[in-house]
Design a binder for this molecule. Sequence first.
Ligand code: ATP
Ligand code: MG
Length: 193
Amino acid sequence: MKTAIFGGTFDPIHNGHLRIASAAVTRWGLERVLFVPAGKPPHKLGATAADYEHRFRMVELACMGNPEFEASRLEAGAEYSYSIETIGKVRASLAAGETLYFLIGADAFAEIRSWKRWRDIVDSVEFLVVSRPGHRYETPPGARIQSMEDMNLRYSSSGIRRDLASSEGTADVPAAVMAYIRANKLYGGSADK
Ligand code: ATP
Ligand code: MG
């Protein structure tokens, strides 16, 4: 099954993530996109704003109704989560010789050489790199990539967290995710006050 891993902090998942994944399904004919919330992301300083279980549940809500999208618990409980380990686990579920794809934004791909065992990652997957405003990247030696350069989405989780903390307005997240955020009083929004 043509599978892509889509890792992230997803703190919270937003409409940009979903639009990217939908575009990737259409463009590359993916049959399965595994959204893998990071247990404890090594690349983020400090704690995540929302706990793993909340981030996972929001991803699960956002994936509903998209048959190709699947929320994955592969990084649950990890002290730190490393993509190379997640890749190994997904790879084990594929047929021998099947290509595994890794969907990633330009900002994250630009940092790929700082990831644990990046050369092994580069040997294990084919990257599907999606452009992001203000971010350029170089392709590391040996990396197989296909790129989507016409995505120009300004959504970010950090922007959404700021919006939620400072205003009562809705954020660029699916309605079910917004309802979850409100019900659980995440991100210090007005629902808390
Ligand atoms: P934060 O602002 O907290 O870093 P984020 O919006 O970057 O959040 P992440 O969970 O860090 O979301 O990202 C998960 C993946 O989605 C990464 O590969 C990232 O590059 C990609 N991504 C997120 N938003 C966009 C966007 N607007 N355009 C392109 N790629 C994106
Ligand atoms: Mg990010």
